[in-house]
Structures are given as structure tokens and as C-alpha cells.
Ligand binder design. Structure first.
Ligand SMILES: *Cc1c(COP(=O)(O)O)cnc(C)c1O
Length: 423
């Protein structure tokens, strides 16, 4: 790894060496109250807008204006199979085969639709295992699935908790839960990168442990997609879902991604909710009575998709595919390592980084517990032009995003934090 040094010169030198530094100019960077670029550290919450997004969306608005319904076939990018190229490009980002990925709906909706297929409880095997500090929406979704099937949402939910006094859950404990209660567990659903701690779980290890006990496995990759090398196919997971407005920069509420492992691609017996977009493409518009299941992840679609939202995803994925996840992650590790180095220099009495220091166990986000801090710290940071994220009681989450954040951003983030703490 890099031999990090204190001082602005080091940051400037790294930015000069950075082969991805020009990509920053491809994004709109919000301005602070004095008109300077903000230090934007919340790409884990809402990614910034690529400048080319407007042209992609305008193309579809224009084709709609000039072609009307014929745009389904005659648009520059015909709407009929618009989602297919997205699926292929998205598959590269998450390490999956094209048949395993589709872009559709929104994240929580996808989790529900996938649970229709992969949470098939019986009287004796009905429980769901998830991490204790899962994103609230995932927890609510899972609880409602339990209730929907007539189970008690407290009794049916098993939480994988960190041990007393620890921030991160121990793999030995999930192993023990699966060993002792595995035959009661129908589904294991975990956030691939935990939104709070920034910890990237070992997806393959969790999948193997769960599969050995006969449980289905799904991952919420909201904080993983576009951030870490998910290798979803190799993980062996049964399903996964993620949103596209965080690291994937496709705009607020943009539609989501969804993965179904190849081993389920041709299984027509799997229970699922369907619509005309889950039907065989060749005969979809013949409007026949008899349903003919489409193979692969596409077979989970219901509706014809929102092209305007997909245009924004297309604009963003073009950048990801040009750069490639490997190159992106290489920079990400350097950049986040630099943030870690500077934070540690503030002293362990002031700051504790919750996120693992092992590079294989995290993406770009660091979750920083600041001793004796309250929300006024976050407000002061915002006043100083730093956009970060605050979690009670005392945690700042910062995600230097390799596509548009610089070493200089990281330097000034820590400088401003330091001067606020010294006040
Ligand atoms: C961001 C996020 C969500 C948000 O769900 P939406 O359906 O997109 O509103 C859900 N789960 C996790 C883990 C997230 O990080």
C-alpha cells in the first residue's frame, strides 16, 4: 500500500498521479455557501449527477416527443429492450452473468418480490436470520413477510448481534446460530456492506454456512454495488438486490438492480409474482392467454420499465464500464486508506473508526465514532462545506468515492474536522 504522509503536498501529489482524477470533471459537484466545491462525502447516500445524464434523459424525451409509441421500436435506443443492455452492464459491476441480472422496480420492492420466491416457509422451517443492525427498511420488509405468512415477527426473526462491547458481529456466532437453529431457518438475508459500520461481509462464507444448513441466502447490496467487488455469481447467493442512487449515481429514487443466481434461471416451479414482462419476449405482444415464463432474472419483471429513470442508469453505467470496477477499487483502497491514516493522526482518544481496517472487509466508507460529540459537530461540518452523514449517538459516516472525490477532498475533510474539534 501507499506510504501515507501528513500535509497538503502529499494529497496534491496523489491527485496528480491519479489516473482517474479527470472523472471528477464528469460530475456536478454541489457548491458551498461561498461558491466553492463542497467536500462531498455522502456518495453512499446519494451519488452525484454525471454531467452526461441530462443528454441521456433528453434523448428519450426527444424520441418520445417525435415518435410517440413508435419509440418502442424506432427510438435511438428502442424502449422495448432498453433494459437488456443495462442488465449486461450492471452484471459486470456486480460480478454476475447477464442472465442473472435485471434492472427493475425499487430496492425494497425487489426484496419483497424475491422473497416471494426465496422465502418459502414451512411449519418447521420459517425463521429469517439477519444482522442486528440491518437497514431499517430491510428489517421492516422481513418482519412483514413473516406476518404475511402467519408467523410472529419477533419469534420468527433471528438477529446476528455483535458481542457485548463490540461493534462488529463475529462470524463464529452466525456459524453457531446456523449450527443450532439452521433447520428452523428458511432464509438468511444480510446487507452485503452494512450501512452503519461500512463492513463488507464475506458473502461466500455466509452463503456456504447457510446453504450447508439448507437455508436460502439473499444479500442487500445497496452499499455494495459500485463500491466493492461483489462477485455475486461466485458468492453462490440465491438472490440479491440493490438501489442505483447511492454509489451508482443514477439519481434520487432511481430504479433498482436485482440478481437471481443462474441455478434458478430455468426453474419454472419456483413460486413468483408475475406480469406481462415476466412472459416470453417472443410472444409477449401476442397477448396469448397462457403464461410462458421468461428465463433468468428478467423473469421476475412485472411491468414495462420507466425509460426516463433507465436513461440515467445508462449514463452512469457507461462511466462504470469505461473505468472498470478493478481500477475503481484500486483507487478506492488508496483514498480510504488515506482518510484512515489522517483520522488516526487525530488520536484514538478523540476518534474511533468502527469500520474494519482490513481492506477486504470494507469499501470506501468509514464510520467514525467521535468521543463526546453530538449533532452540533455535524452541523458545524456542514457549515464548513463538508457534506457528511450523522448517525446517533456520535457517528459520522464518510465515503470518499473514487469516481469523483480527490485526495485533496479527504485532506480538507480532516483539516476541517480537526479545527472544529479544537475549538
Ligand atoms: C438505501 C437502502 C435501502 C433503501 O430502500 P429503497 O427501497 O431504495 O427506498 C434499503 N436497504 C438498504 C440496506 C439500504 O442501504
Amino acid at each position: 500500500m501507499l506510504n501515507y504522509k501528513l500535509g497538503l503536498d502529499f494529497a496534491l501529489e496523489q491527485d496528480k498521479k491519479d489516473t482517474l482524477s479527470s472523472y471528477r470533471n464528469q460530475f456536478h459537484i454541489p457548491k458551498d455557501k461561498d461558491g466553492y466545491d463542497c467536500i462531498y462525502m455522502t456518495g453512499n447516500s446519494l451519488g452525484l449527477q454525471p454531467k452526461q445524464t441530462k443528454a441521456y434523459v433528453n434523448q428519450e424525451l426527444e424520441d418520445w416527443a417525435t415518435l410517440g409509441v413508435e419509440g418502442h421500436f424506432d427510438a435511438k435506443n428502442p424502449w422495448l429492450n432498453y433494459h437488456e443492455s443495462l442488465g449486461e452492464q450492471m452484471a459486470k459491476v456486480v460480478g454476475a452473468k447477464p442472465i442473472e441480472v435485471v434492472v427493475m422496480n425499487t430496492l425494497t420492492a425487489n426484496l419483497h418480490f424475491l422473497m416471494v420466491s426465496f422465502y418459502q416457509p414451512t411449519k418447521t422451517r420459517y425463521k429469517i436470520l439477519m444482522e442486528a443492525d440491518a437497514f431499517p427498511s430491510d428489517k421492516y420488509a422481513v418482519e412483514s413477510q413473516l406476518r404475511h405468512h402467519g408467523f410472529d415477527d419477533k419469534e420468527g426473526l433471528i438477529l446476528w448481534r455483535p458481542r457485548k462491547g463490540e461493534e462488529l458481529a463475529n462470524y463464529n456466532d452466525i456459524e453457531a446460530i446456523l449450527e443450532t437453529q439452521g433447520n428452523e431457518i428458511a432464509l438468511v438475508m444480510i446487507g452485503a456492506v452494512n450501512y452503519y459500520t461500512g463492513r463488507y461481509f464475506d458473502l461466500k462464507r455466509i452463503t456456504q454456512l447457510a446453504h450447508n444448513r439448507g437455508c436460502m441466502v439473499g444479500f442487500d447490496c445497496a452499499h455494495g454495488a459500485g463500491n466493492v467487488a461483489l462477485n455475486l455469481h461466485n458468492s453462490g447467493a440465491d438472490f440479491a438486490a440493490w438501489c442505483t442512487y447511492k454509489y451508482l449515481n443514477a439519481g434520487p429514487g432511481s430504479i433498482a438492480g436485482c440478481f437471481v443466481h443462474e441455478r434458478h434461471a430455468y426453474n419454472k416451479k419456483l413460486n413468483r409474482f408475475t406480469g406481462w414482462w415476466s412472459h416470453n419476449k417472443e410472444t409477449r405482444f401476442k397477448m396469448r392467454d397462457e403464461f410462458d415464463q421468461l428465463a433468468g432474472a428478467e423473469g421476475w419483471q412485472l411491468s414495462n420499465p420507466p425509460i426516463l429513470s433507465m436513461a440515467a442508469i445508462k449514463a452512469s453505467l457507461a462511466i462504470f464500464n469505461e473505468v472498470g470496477m478493478d481500477t475503481l477499487i484500486e483507487k478506492s483502497k488508496k483514498l480510504t486508506g488515506y482518510l484512515e491514516f489522517l483520522l488516526k493522526d487525530l488520536g484514538e482518544d478523540t476518534i474511533k473508526i468502527i469500520t474494519p481496517s482490513n481492506l477486504e472487509e470494507r469499501g470506501c466508507q468509514l464510520s467514525i465514532a467521535v468521543k463526546n460529540a453530538d449533532k452540533s459537530l455535524h452541523n458545524k461540518l456542514t457549515d464548513a462545506g463538508v457534506i457528511s452523514d450523522w448517525r446517533e449517538p456520535n457517528v459520522i459516516r464518510c465515503a470518499p468515492v473514487p469516481l469523483y472525490n480527490s485526495f485533496q477532498d479527504v485532506y480538507y475533510l480532516v483539516e476541517r474536522l480537526k479545527s472544529i474539534l479544537n475549538e
